[in-house]
Design a protein around this ligand. Structure first.
Ligand code: XMP
Length: 508
């Protein structure tokens, strides 16, 4: 039994993931393929509809991403967005050229609502435009369906053939009724039944895992992050008491985090092994201050500890991984991310002989992983955790690491997270960094010479770019007072007011 599927054909647009997610939010399964995927291969997916993404090129330029004309003749409804619309137009004999003006940003669009794509919408719509080329002449059989001041052909369609194009981007929130337009395409045009939801996904995956693993056992490296945690919960449901989770505690977790992970997973129907390797990691990192070297040491030590533990367990036939769909899309390979690099450190032991790999959340976007985690009964503080780098606090301590510095940062960081977590408008990521700068201060009658902590808080959609958060002074003041009063060894707090770029979110 498989879901109805809508394929998203990628022509290099930055929004392919967003389009695929919008489709899934409308309860229709979506899958991203490269724009040049042969038509025969496309047919194998038996799609109910196809969406062509935007892209930065001009359809008439040499080497521009393209598709075969036959794509438009397979009898499956197609929606072209921006470049996708222009490509459809170009391939079907219409006229695409550079416009006199480029349109960037939100604009008012007059639509013709008497068609399946815009059914139920008002004539005046706010949409997001981002283009220079535009359509000057329609292909045969197509009708104009929308116009803006600078773009007389802002949408078109050939209802009989089920082919539609939008010059604007329905997938972004700046297009006010974009979701409705996508729904219309799915339900009015492709005949979607809305058969994709998380409950079914869980059931199907559980059945698949049981079928694949039989009565054998599965090993999972559990970091306590969202992905590996949901993976563990999945496996304990599918294969009660036949899953072994190794949690390598490197000692760079946040305050109480290791205990929380143990508390959650030791209650589940799986074997949970916590390895306290903190001494070992600290010894390896002694005298090391270069960020990249720190990351490498932590990565390779992690693998060694994991391997040693796994060996003691004897033969375990399957390895589970918390690979998620964006990992696969980012690796540019829709076949398989062979091994998800754990903690971004280059993968788990290839020398261990596993019969197979189990990846229960491989098809899911992050928000879907969270929804599944919730349904599987994981606590919301775990599911909604902020991103946390694999090397943990080790890369939030600038320069050399020591146990004392880890403890200091853990306490300061807990205060930062507690106070910023109270804001109604929360940053997307917020934490403390311990610098290796010491400065003079006064406390009571005495002089201090203590460390400086940085408060970092950013707003971001995708972590590729970020803005520093305009945190109220009151909150900053409370954070500063609390850290200097409650944490020994810190006498100065500063706030990081740089965006990404030019900075990164993390300091190392
Ligand atoms: P940067 O510092 O590159 O961070 O702006 C962007 C996002 O990635 C997270 N990050 C990591 N996540 N392993 C991870 O799993 C890492 O080594 C790592 N380094 C950075 C960072 O917290 C931010 O959310």
């Amino acid at each position: 039994m498989s879901n109805q599927t809508v394929l998203v054909l990628d022509f290099g647009g930055q929004y392919k993931e967003l389009i695929a997610r919008r489709v899934r939010e409308a309860n229709v399964f979506s899958y991203i393929l490269s724009g040049d995927t042969p038509v025969e291969k496309i047919k194998e997916y038996n799609p109910i509809g196809i969406i062509l993404t935007g892209g930065p090129s001009s359809v008439y330029a040499d080497g521009a991403p393209s598709c075969k004309r036959d794509l438009f003749e397979i009898g499956v409804p197609i929606l072209g967005i921006c470049y996708g619309m222009q490509l459809m137009c170009h391939k079907l004999g219409g006229d695409v050229r550079e416009g006199e003006v480029s349109e960037y940003g939100q604009t008012i669009c007059n639509i013709e609502p008497c068609n399946k794509l815009f059914a139920g919408l008002d004539r005046i719509q706010t949409v997001l435009m981002s283009h220079t080329d535009r359509i000057f002449g329609l292909p045969e059989g197509f009708e104009a369906m929308a116009a803006t001041n600078d773009c007389p052909l802002a949408a078109f369609g050939n209802e009989k053939a089920g082919l539609y194009g939008l010059q604007f981007h329905p997938e972004v929130i700046h297009t006010k009724n974009g979701k409705q337009i996508i729904r219309n395409f799915l339900y009015n045009i492709c005949g979607a039944t809305g058969d994709y939801n998380m409950t079914d996904y869980i059931e199907r995956q559980v059945a698949e895992i049981r079928e694949k693993v039989g009565d054998k056992r599965v090993l999972l490296a559990l970091s306590g992050g969202v992905d590996s945690s949901v993976c563990a919960a999945f496996l304990s449901k599918a294969l009660p008491n036949r899953v072994v989770c190794i949690f390598v505690d490197h000692g760079f977790m946040r305050l109480d985090e290791g205990d929380q992970i143990e508390e959650i997973f030791s209650k589940r129907e799986l074997k949970f092994i916590r390895v306290d390797a903190s001494e070992r990691f600290l010894t390896k990192l002694k005298g090391v201050s270069d960020p990249e070297t720190k990351r490498k040491i932590i990565g390779s030590e992690f693998i060694k500890v994991f391997e040693e533990q796994a060996k003691q367990l004897g033969d375990i036939e399957f390895l589970a991984q918390g690979t998620i769909y964006p990992d696969i899309i980012e690796s540019g390979n829709d076949k398989a991310a062979t091994i998800k690099s754990h903690h971004n450190v280059g993968g788990l032991p290839a020398i261990m002989n596993f019969e197979g790999i189990v990846e229960p959340i491989r098809g899911l976007f992050k928000d879907e992983v969270r929804a599944v985690g919730k349904q599987l009964g994981l606590p919301s503080y775990l599911i909604n955790r902020q991103p946390f780098p694999g090397p943990g606090l080790a890369i939030r301590i600038i320069g050399e690491i020591s146990k004392e510095k880890c403890d200091m940062l853990r306490e300061a960081d807990a205060i930062v997270r507690e106070e910023l977590g109270k804001l109604r408008n929360k940053p997307n990521q917020y934490f403390a960094v311990l610098t290796n700068v010491r400065s003079v201060g006064v406390m009571g009658d005495g002089r201090t010479y203590d460390y400086t902590v940085v408060v970092r808080a950013v707003k971001t959609d995708d972590f590729m770019t970020a803005e520093f958060m305009r945190v109220p002074y009151k909150t900053l003041e409370r954070i500063s007072r609390r850290i200097t009063n409650e944490v020994d060894g810190i006498n100065r707090i500063v706030y990081d007011i740089t965006d990404k770029p030019p900075s990164t979110v993390e300091w190392e």
